[in-house]
Design a protein around this ligand. Structure first.
Ligand code: MN
Length: 311
């Protein structure tokens, strides 16, 4: 039987603002590890990486471009040094967990930590990216340099587009082969035609929120068929795949996406059951959205029920 290790990554370095760096400690305090064990999931506590909160990183390049009347300001990346440092630490921590025969349960933190997780698994990694966004940043919208927030550019970087400090985390680019990547649950309102074309041109599987909601099991079946069966499977699960009207835990809201919590957790459960993942990344939980703790409790229940399916 597999043995999971909880690896906390208290970082909001790549996020829109602070809060996610509190998630590993909040989930631990709310009983995630105990709930997992009660559900029959063997898990040890591997501790946390260093706390790396969001810091303001103003945009002098974009301001200068606008002042000069340039329509196409250069793409820039906010807090790049901190994001790259955290992702590198995640890569090394995940690689050492794998070497010790443990199954990493990486608990973020913003979505850029997944770059490090994937890098830690090496070249044959397969990734099912369950997320309310397709995280293409400017690669998905040619008309704007974007926000500079790296949290919204993770998939572009996985595919080799963006800052070399991140695309090169494993040495060889890209971090994951496009045919081994499946995106599940994206809010269709958040992905442009350019973004869809970018993914289609590379052969990346995309199944958006409505089709996940229609059949979580069917969406997982299609995603697993798309990424093939050879190589370790990593599952990325962003809390923002869930309609914020039901569970507004995530940093960046998706009100009205139509993906119910039970559908999102059924998707995660089916990935655990049918995909037998070698690692899972949980991202985007912002405990400051939940002063009563009720939302964290629901989230933990869903995660524990899902991981119990992975034997
Ligand atoms: Mn997201």
């Amino acid at each position: 039987m597999r043995s999971w290790v909880f690896i906390g990554v208290p970082s909001s370095a790549g996020a829109h603002h602070a809060g996610q760096e509190l998630a590993p400690a909040a989930l631990r305090a709310a009983g995630l590890l105990e709930r997992l064990r009660a559900a029959g999931v063997p898990v040890s506590d591997g501790g946390d990486l260093p706390v790396t909160p969001f810091e303001l990183d103003p945009a002098p390049d974009a301001v200068a471009g606008a002042a000069a009347g340039s329509a196409a300001a250069a793409v820039r990346f906010r807090n790049l040094a901190a994001v790259a440092r955290v992702a590198g630490l995640v890569r090394d921590r995940v690689a050492s967990a794998i070497a010790e025969g443990e199954t990493p349960l990486v608990v973020g933190g913003d979505c850029t930590i997944t770059l490090g997780v994937v890098a830690g698994f090496g070249r044959d990694v397969r990734l099912v990216y369950v997320d309310g966004d397709t995280d293409l940043g400017p690669a998905g919208n040619a008309d704007t340099p974007g926000s500079g927030i790296l949290d919204s550019m993770g998939v572009a970087h996985l595919l080799g587009e963006g800052a070399p400090e991140l695309t090169g985390l494993r040495g060889a680019v890209p971090l994951v082969s496009p045919e081994r990547l499946a995106l599940l649950g994206g809010d269709p309102r958040e992905t442009s035609g350019t973004g869809r074309a970018f993914l289609a041109a590379r052969g990346v599987h995309l199944d958006e929120g409505p089709s996940l909601a229609a059949s979580p099991e069917g969406a997982v079946r299609r995603a697993l068929a798309a990424v093939g069966s050879a190589g370790p499977l990593v599952v990325h699960f962003d809390a923002d795949v869930i309609d914020s009207g039901d569970l507004p835990l995530a940093n960046f809201p998706h009100y009205g996406s139509g993906v119910r919590p039970e559908q999102a957790f059924a998707c995660l459960r089916e990935l655990c059951l049918a995909g037998s993942p070698s690692g899972i990344v949980l991202t985007e939980v912002n405990p400051t959205h939940d002063p009563s703790g009720v939302l964290l409790g629901r989230y933990i229940d869903g995660v524990a029920a899902a991981l119990a399916a992975a034997r």
